[in-house]
Design a protein around this ligand. Structure first.
Ligand code: C2E
Ligand code: MG
Ligand code: MG
Ligand code: MG
Length: 299
């Protein structure tokens, strides 16, 4: 339909305004129906969390990141990038975020019945809107209490855009969370506007290097130099460094050489539903051995 509209608009100048008005209306309609569908998804239990393992330098499972999925009953799985921006713009992310926290606590309780490593923790993604919600810390405290989960088993991933809206607010909330024993990680590092002074003043525990940085290290010396500088800065501030989006053995080796502490990526495991995650725990398939084929190619 849009193609025909476009064609008509090109054919005749007079149709052009009409086309753009229709397109705009269509966009509003589809946003509204998407929003309605997303509200329905929240009510009808169509959201679900996948878990992706995080690995220590010695190859041990140390945690997992909770990643949201939408599974409509009659369709394919919808990735978060297709609905989180809309949820963020409309504020629905606050309800979704509460669902995520409660679900993570429930899932942690189930995981704990299997063979979990002692310091295992789950990382939850928090969007800027959620972070600016004055009740975030108390919501987390409540959900932890009502599920009987240990605070040390939760950590939060924030992006840089959360921090630079209001540094003072950010600092206060983070102190509150830290006092509860909840770790804070800066996600997607290397993609935003990193203010070094903000990093200095905020109580952050770890930097999570974005996968574009990680993947850039194999390209040329410049990519490697940037990664090296980011790691050096993190170390100088006593922050741990997590590399995300690690896909190959070569990347992993180089990241180890450069001093990264923790790793996450398809090389080790893709994000998976809770039952697969638990099945892996039971199988003793972890601690991780990296793909033997990849090892052969590099050695
Ligand atoms: P993120 O927090 O940076 O999560 C990492 C993304 O990289 C995930 O995409 C993950 O599946 C993907 N990934 C992991 N390893 C690899 C790899 O080796 N190669 C490649 N190419 N990709 C890898 P996903 O699950 O589609 O999530 C996308 C983004 O959606 C997340 O980025 C996060 O910003 C947001 N998100 C996910 N779940 C939630 C949530 O519960 N709440 C909020 N507010 N945002 C969420
Ligand atoms: Mg994340
Ligand atoms: Mg990230
Ligand atoms: Mg991201």
């Amino acid at each position: 339909q849009a193609d025909i509209g476009m064609f008509e608009a090109k054919e005749s100048g007079r149709n052009r305004i009409c086309f753009f008005t229709d397109a705009r209306q269509a966009a509003i309609n589809s946003r509204n129906s998407m929003l309605q569908a997303l509200k329905g998804a929240l009510q009808n239990d169509e959201l679900c969390l996948y878990y992706q393992p995080q690995i220590s330098i010695s190859g041990e499972l140390i945690g997992a990141e909770a990643l949201l999925r939408w599974l409509p009953p009659d369709g394919d799985l919808i990735p978060p990038e297709d609905f989180i921006p809309l949820a963020e713009e409309t504020g629905l992310i606050l309800m979704i975020g509460e669902w995520v926290m409660a679900q993570v606590c429930q899932d942690l309780t189930l995981m704990a019945r299997h063979d979990l490593p002692p310091d295992f923790s789950v990382a939850i993604n928090i969007s800027p809107r959620q972070f600016s919600d004055a009740t975030l810390a108390s919501k987390i405290r409540d959900v932890i209490r009502s599920n009987g989960v240990c605070t040390g088993s939760l950590k939060l991933e924030l992006t840089e855009s959360s921090l630079f809206m209001d540094l003072e607010h950010a600092g206060k909330v983070m102190e509150e969370l830290r006092a509860m024993g909840i770790g804070i990680e800066l996600d997607d590092f290397g993609t935003g506007y990193s203010s070094l002074s903000a990093l200095k003043s905020l109580p952050i525990d770890a930097l999570k290097l974005d996968r574009t940085l990680v993947q850039g290290i194999m390209d040329d010396g410049r990519g490697r130099a940037i990664l090296r500088a980011a790691v050096a800065m993190a170390k100088a501030l006593s922050l741990k460094v997590i590399a995300e989006g690690v896909e190959t053995r070569e990347q992993h080796l180089r990241l180890v050489e450069e001093g990264c502490d923790l790793f996450q990526g398809y090389l080790f495991a893709r994000p998976m539903p809770l039952d697969s995650f638990v099945a892996h725990l039971d199988d003793g398939g972890w601690p991780f051995r990296t793909n033997p084929e990849e090892v052969e190619r590099t050695s």
